[in-house]
Write a protein that binds this ligand. Structure first.
Ligand code: FE2
Ligand code: FE2
Length: 284
């Protein structure tokens, strides 16, 4: 690793979310998608360099072994949300909303549009996987655009050029179009780069409908849901379910606002909603 790059170059995790929101600002032409000046946001560029360098097949397999069995203890959804809220933005404490507020802004926007209760709940849960950071994972293993490992990297992935430093880019088997996968094998068989999406999917999958699984698991897979990449690995079922991923995405990107939701007023609604789908505690 480059010694001049700190292991956590973002000032805070939300800096990545803010970068994504700015990339897909309404009205921004698609042609500008990859025009980013690393000098303008050095923390973000360094973050992607680490992410693209270190997310290898071996790393993803190791993290799945560590986390997918859910051996990090039992917690209620509320305990997890309060735990996540310990991640505070010390760079700008006055303007930035807390993690729970981002979750509630997302879920409240979904609720206002009249979507079903499981969809509102999915909005409330979608970033709880960021607790990985509190388990000691570096930023590049928690957030960032996700992508399949073990096959050629799409040039639709932001900061695609940083994959040159990934050891997997020297493994010929991993660099063909399909890599270690079969054509249209379905995304469930594909290893995605490790982060908060995959983790929260495993934590909550037994309690929510399949459309929610897709929203949670692929919400940062921008190359696919925004740019149509990796269709050669998707099957017909993935294609259909990605309609849900696309339906969810604007709520994640555009529901940030200065109006802070009233946690006190909203809490009873969310207590009921969580209790409708989840037992008092689940495995994390
Ligand atoms: Fe997220
Ligand atoms: Fe989010």
């Amino acid at each position: 690793m480059d010694r001049t790059t700190p292991s956590n170059p973002l000032q805070h995790l939300d800096q990545w979310d803010d970068f994504v929101a700015s990339r897909y600002q309404e009205g921004r032409p698609e042609s500008e998608f990859r025009k980013y000046d690393p000098a303008a946001q050095p923390g973000v560029a360094d973050f992607y360099r680490l992410n693209h360098t270190h997310q290898t097949v071996a790393f993803v397999e190791q993290k799945k072994t560590e986390y997918v069995a859910l051996h990090k203890g039992k917690k209620s959804i509320w305990e997890a949300a309060e735990f996540l809220n310990q991640l505070v933005d010390d760079s700008d404490p006055d303007t930035d909303v807390s993690q729970i507020e981002h979750l509630m802004q997302t879920s409240e926007a979904i609720r206002k549009d009249g979507h079903p209760r499981w969809f509102v709940l999915t909005g409330f849960l979608h970033d709880l996987g960021k607790v990985l950071c509190l388990y000691g994972e570096p930023q590049w293993a928690v957030v960032g655009d996700t992508f399949p490992v073990g096959c050629a990297y799409s040039d639709q992935i932001v900061y695609h050029e940083y994959f040159a430093a990934n050891p997997d880019s020297k493994v010929p088997e991993y660099q063909t179009l399909y890599g270690i996968y079969e054509p249209n094998c379905g995304l469930d068989k594909v290893h995605m780069s490790w982060g908060h999406d995959e983790y929260i999917y495993h934590v909550v999958k037994d309690y929510l409908p399949e459309a929610a699984h897709y929203m949670l698991r692929y919400h940062s897979f921008y190359a696919a849901h925004r740019h149509g990449a990796y269709r050669h690995l998707m099957n017909q079922h993935d294609e259909e379910m990605f309609a849900w991923v696309r339906k969810f995405n604007p709520y994640d990107l555009y529901s940030k606002s200065a109006d802070r939701p009233s946690l006190k007023e909203l809490r009873p609604y969310y207590e009921d909603l969580v209790a409708e789908f989840f037992p008092s505690q689940i495995d994390w």
